[in-house]
Design a protein around this ligand. Structure first.
Ligand code: ATP
Ligand code: XMP
Ligand code: GLN
Ligand code: MG
Length: 523
């Protein structure tokens, strides 16, 4: 079975929901890829999708020079689904009319399904007196289609927008003004399933079990009987790669776990215990605390610290590879969002906000080929296959931890004393989050060491010590995030415990900044 053969192409016009569309399609068992709207015609043909989805966009089709779907999409003779801007560009490209709205529709709307289309037929939340299906949907637009192109018919309306959906069923072209990918559109998954499984005739081969067997086959074909080195951090991505490669190539896998002294409380021991003892994976633990700390001595600029840590990681991997001899491959836990984001970075339009430690390339002399079995997967898929591969739940659902570790959570110069203090504070925070059930309700939570001293009074004594900041965020893709509204009682317990149990802390503050404008990490 080929799990990639029933594939959907999603053209991204810049909507904040495009990744969500891709995740919905994948959840329904269909492989899809996201590409920019100006994908070249040859690339569209070469991709050979069974259907195409056009995303929404912050742009307006009424602006001169605004994006349009490539001609190749219409020449493919496969079904196309336009969402929001995708609907508007479809209308514009087929001779219909788009007008600026007097009112912007944002948020909840009730649509009435019309014209018995294959896409919406019998999918409804309620039925009105005349027997028409009514659906609760999520809208986010200003413009609207005011004239349907020739050959298309009306398939949905709202109170304010008479043309909220249209279709040319003979060609399999469908368009919706609302967003079926957001959970507020309660029938969204059924609408996508209709499009994918019935209109495009896709199967549902894209499942955790099939993804694993496919990845195993591909890794075996790539690697043969040669050896692979994997940088194992104990984080979600590299742990899943370790479990997958262990299954695929067994003893040919060697993991290198770098203890740079900037890990969380007891993290090094836990990683060794789970991988080496329970899963029987070969793991070399490199104790490099002194090396990292001495190179970081006196350095307080965040980018300079990141670069030093990144370089040392590569040096350590390189040294281990040389010691082992005959290592031809370097495995990485690269996942699909990393690929999408670095494609964005390559266009040169995005600013470099911070240099992530694992991006930036490997030294020439390593000459190892990359093995990246998770390159096509979203984090939730990575987690699903982690569970399927038998990794412990706490490991698969843990919060991400940046490679530079506490190095970017100790503001300014990194010292061993600061790392020790921060580790304890972080441990108390995480312990209380788990105890209260909030760990699973936050996407990432941690403590930050602020090297400013403040005065405190404990017992009858004076304290003049640094400050600990706590940060907890909720996010889907880590690109934008809300600060978590943790209960005051929980923050209170954390604050008391941190000041009482750690002598080197005078006070605790809670970070209430979203991303944007702040980033998740402080450096
Ligand atoms: N301490 C470490 N020792 C060895 N390799 C590491 C270490 N920290 C990071 N890496 C490597 O850098 C890669 C990127 O780190 P990143 O934090 O993005 O992923 P992760 O740790 O696998 O998962 P998560 O995002 O859940 O933390 C990892 O997949 C791993 O290969
Ligand atoms: O592996 C990593 N190496 C890095 O250098 C790095 N910097 C930030 N992060 C993680 O990325 C997510 C977004 O973080 P920011 O909002 O701080 O950019 C958050 O989950 C951060 O923890 C990193 N992960
Ligand atoms: N979400 C969208 O795709 C919006 C499309 C367009 N920018 C509008 O305002 O109508
Ligand atoms: Mg990590």
């Amino acid at each position: 079975m080929n799990i990639h053969s029933d594939r959907i192409l999603i053209l991204d016009f810049g909507s904040q929901y495009t990744q969500l569309i891709a995740r919905r399609v994948r959840e329904l068992g269909v492989y899809c890829e996201l590409h920019p709207w100006d994908m070249a015609d040859e690339a569209v043909r070469a991709f050979a999708p069974k259907g195409v989805i056009l995303s929404g966009s912050p742009e307006s089709v009424l602006e001169a020079g605004s994006p349009r779907a490539p001609q190749a999409v219409w020449d493919l003779q496969v079904p196309v689904l336009g969402i929001c801007y995708g609907m508007q560009t479809m209308a514009a490209q087929f001779g219909g009319k788009v007008s600026p709205g007097k009112v912007k529709e944002f948020g909840y709307a009730e649509i009435r399904a019309r014209g018995h289309s294959q896409l919406l037929r019998d999918i409804e939340d309620r039925v009105n007196d005349e027997g028409h299906g009514l659906l609760d949907v999520w809208m986010s637009h200003g413009d609207h289609v005011s004239e349907i192109p020739a050959g298309f018919k009306l398939i949905a309306s709202t109170k304010d927008v008479p043309i909220a959906g249209m279709a040319d069923e003979s060609r399999g072209y469908y368009a919706l003004q609302f967003h079926p990918e957001v959970t507020h559109t309660t029938q969204g998954a059924r609408i996508y399933s209709r499009f994918l499984h019935e209109i495009c005739s896709c199967g549902n081969a894209w499942s955790a079990g099939n993804i694993i067997s496919d990845a195993i086959e591909r890794v075996r074909a790539q690697v043969g009987n040669r050896k692979v080195l994997l940088g194992l951090s104990g984080g979600v991505d590299s742990s899943v790669v370790a479990a997958l490669l262990h299954k695929a190539i067994g003893e040919q896998l060697v993991c290198v776990f770098v203890d740079h002294g900037l890990l969380r409380h007891q993290e090094g021991d836990q990683v060794m215990k789970i991988f080496a003892e329970h899963l029987g994976v070969k793991v070399i633990r490199v104790n490099a605390e002194d090396r990292f700390l001495s190179e970081l001595k006196g350095v307080s600029d965040p980018e300079a610290k990141r670069k030093i840590i990144g370089r040392l990681f590569v040096e350590v991997f390189d040294e281990e590879a040389h010691k082992l001899e005959g290592i031809d491959f370097l495995a990485q836990g690269t996942i699909y969002p990393d690929v999408i984001e670095s494609a964005g970075a390559k266009t040169g339009k995005a600013h470099v906000i911070k240099s992530h430690h694992n991006v930036g390339g490997l030294p020439e002399r390593m000459k190892m080929q990359l093995v990246e079995p998770l390159r096509e997967l979203f984090k939730d898929e990575v987690r699903a296959i982690g569970v399927e591969l038998g990794l412990p739940r706490e490991m698969v659902y843990r919060h991400p931890f940046p490679g530079p570790g506490l190095g970017v959570r100790i503001l300014g110069e990194v010292t061993k004393a600061a790392a020790d203090t921060l580790r304890l504070a972080d441990h108390i925070f995480i312990e209380e989050l788990r105890r209260s059930g909030w760990y699973d309700q936050t996407s990432q939570a941690f403590a930050v060491f602020l090297p400013v001293k403040s005065v405190g009074v404990t017992g009858d004594g004076r304290r003049y010590e640094p400050v600990i900041a706590l940060r907890a965020v909720q996010t889907i893709d880590f690109m934008t995030a809300h600060w978590a509204h943790l209960p005051y009682e929980l923050l209170d317990v954390c604050s008391r415990r941190i000041v009482n149990e750690i002598p080197g802390v005078s006070r605790v503050v809670y970070d209430i900044s979203g991303k944007p404008p702040a980033t998740i990490e402080w450096e």
